[in-house]
Design a protein around this ligand. Sequence first.
Ligand code: T3D
Length: 260
Amino acid sequence: MPYKTLSLTVRDAVAVITFRRPEMANALNTQMRAELLHAVQAASRDETARCLVLTGKGRAFCAGQDLTDHGTVDELDIERTLREEYAPLLRAIYDCPLPTIAAVNGAAAGAGANLALAADIVIATESARFVQAFARIGLMPDAGGTYWLPRQIGFARAMGAALFAEPVTARQAEAWGMIWQAVPDAGFAEAWQARARQLADGPTATYARIKQALRESFDNDLAEQLEREAHLQGECGRTFDFREGVMAFLDKRSPAFRGR
Ligand code: T3D
C-alpha cells in the first residue's frame, strides 16, 4: 500500500513507521489512521522485523485528532470514530507481537500522547511534552488514556493530567513512570536506535511472552500469575533462543538469537 501520511521501512530487522504530516504537527486524520493501522499490521506480519518503532517527522510526535478533518462539530460522530478507527489502531499497536518503541520526537497531545503510551517502551526527547489536551476542548481522554494513565502513573497523577490538561515534560513523565526514558535532544536518534537494535537482536518470541505476562498480572491474583508464569516460561524454555542463550553464556560469547 503506498502511504501518503507516513512511511514504513524495515531495515536490519527494525521496522520504523514515521508520521509525515509535520505541517499539521502529525495530527491524525482518517487517512492517517487507516494507513497507520495498515502499516502496524504489515510490520507485525513481516517475518524479517523484530522491533517496531513509531516516530514523527518535524517538531511534533503527534497532535492527536486532526481538528480540521471534519465539517462542523455538529457533523462529528466521535463515538463511531473511536470505535471504528481508533480502537482497532490502538489494539494493533498493543497486540503487536514485536517489542514496540514510541520514539517521541516532540509534542504528543491528545490521542497522540495516548498512541505513544500504547507502545511497550517510550523514549522521548528532553524537549518533548505529553499533553492530555482533551479537556481543553471539552472532551475527556480517549484513545486508551483512561486505561494507560492510572496503570502507569497512578490514580492521582492520572486525574491531574486529565483535569488540568497541562503539558507534562519528558523528564517529569520519566520520573512518574509514564515513559521509559527522556534523553537529551542532541542524542535522541542515537538513543532510540540503540534500543531498537537491542530489542531487534533479542529473543523475540520471549519478549512477546514477557509483554503478555506483565499485562495479565493486572487481572490475576498471585496464584493465577504464578501459574501463568509457569506456562509461559515453559514455552520460552522450549525455544531455540533459550538454548542459544544458555550455550552463549557457557561459551562466554554474545547470544545469536534467532527471534521469531
Ligand atoms: O474529533 C474527534 O474525532 C474527537 C477525537 C479526539 C481525540 C483528540 O486527540 S482531542 C485532542 C486534539 N489535539 C489537540 O487539541 C492538540 C492541539 N495542538 C497543540 O496543542 C499543539 O499544536 C501541539 C502541542 C501538538 C504542538 O505545538 P507546536 O507549537 O509544536 O505546533 P503548532 O504551531 O501548535 O502546530 C503546527 C500546526 O499544526 C499549526 O498550524 P498552522 O498554524 O501552522 O497553520 C496547528 O494549528 C496545527 N495543528 C496542531 N495540532 C493540530 C493541528 N491542526 C489540526 N489538528 C490538530 N490537533
